[in-house]
Write a protein of this length. Structure first.
Length: 117
């Protein structure tokens, strides 16, 4: 299943304004302009990983940024995750499926927290 980010029209029309959304606690989503049902899945994935990460380290903020670009007639989603905890932890992932990119980036951050513990 491929999830296309809303906001970019394949015909090149203007992109919707994307905003930051703060979820409960210290999670910030930036650049997400999706359908409500898609946002539910994104929030669920982010919340699950935030809980797992908080069990390993104490952090100030978990920021997840989405950038989507059309390449070869399909959307490519780039997720960048930043965790503000002491010196900070960062990871990125890119995939045609939004949820896969999100999970991969959060997995990378979680793996780094396991090594810091």
């Amino acid at each position: 299943m491929e999830v296309k980010a809303k906001g970019k029209d394949p015909n090149g029309s203007a992109e919707k304004v994307k905003s930051e959304e703060r979820l409960g606690g210290n999670i910030t989503l930036s650049g997400f302009s999706l359908e409500p049902i898609e946002m539910i899945v994104v929030r669920k994935i982010a919340g699950t990983y935030a809980k797992k990460i908080s069990e390993k380290i104490s952090y100030e903020e978990l920021k997840i940024t989405l950038k989507s670009a059309e390449k070869n007639k399909m959307f490519l989603h780039t997720i960048h995750v930043q965790v503000k905890a002491g010196r900070g932890i960062e990871a990125s992932a890119e995939h045609k499926n939004l949820y896969t990119a999100l999970s991969e980036a959060l997995d990378k951050v979680y793996a780094q927290t396991e090594h810091k513990h």
